[in-house]
Write a protein that binds this ligand. Structure first.
Ligand SMILES: [Ca+2]
Ligand SMILES: [Ca+2]
Length: 209
């Protein structure tokens, strides 16, 4: 190799390294979202033996990052086990987390109480969760992202696990706080998802006797 060819080779190598740094580092950013998951859930997962629970009384406190365009459902793209597995409910308070993110982009960070033996192993509708915190990842870690887990994500006065177990979603108009508070014990032994309004009426009439 002559001197000119050697210099050209060095220049070419430097150019490739520079281009890689400029164009690839945001894509392959290895960074973190750091904060505290604040647990306010008292879910014990010990009664409900269908999704969202498995009836084992055990779970994990998880934090996940989903793409901002994704539905919060199932396994997240990136996750961190902040506590557990262990007996539920977990003590109220702060659980530090650090989710490693491998791809630059916009994310939603959600903490939830996972019942690993039911559903997908990720977030299943009805499991206690936090609101989503919007985070943009470029090339630096993002800290101070605190998220609070409650039993009533949609703030309608009903535990989400109960709504999803008996009504399959969080939006059934037959599912009201008055019904829950007056008939909670009756429902605790009901066997199946999607209780019909006729069944609800029958159960309420039994409760009045
Ligand atoms: Ca789950
Ligand atoms: Ca609710």
């Amino acid at each position: 190799m002559n001197l000119t060819a050697g210099r050209s080779s060095i220049v070419l190598t430097c150019a490739i390294l520079f281009m890689s740094t400029v164009f690839l580092s945001p894509i392959f950013a290895q960074t973190s979202v750091v904060g505290n998951a604040i647990n306010q859930s008292t879910w014990d997962n010990g009664v409900i033996a269908n999704p969202p629970g498995d009836g084992s009384g055990n779970g994990r406190l998880m934090v996940g990052a989903w793409s901002s365009a994704s539905q919060i459902q199932g396994p997240p793209a990136y996750s961190f086990a902040a506590f557990g597995p262990g007996g539920l409910p977990f003590a109220s308070g702060s659980y530090p987390y650090s989710v490693n993110i491998g791809l630059a982009g916009d994310y939603q960070v959600v903490a939830w109480i996972d019942s690993p033996g039911a559903g997908t192993g990720g977030y299943d509708l009805g499991e206690p969760r936090s609101q989503g915190a919007a985070v943009t990842i470029v090339s630096n870690s993002v800290s101070g992202v605190n998220v609070t887990i409650t039993d009533d994500f949609d703030a309608d006065g009903l535990p989400d696990s109960w709504e999803v177990h008996y009504f399959a979603n969080l939006t059934n108009p037959a599912c009201t706080p008055a019904l829950f508070h007056s008939r909670a014990l009756i429902f605790s032994s009901a066997p199946a998802l999607s209780v019909s309004s006729a069944v609800i009426s029958a159960m309420m009439s039994i409760g009045r006797r």
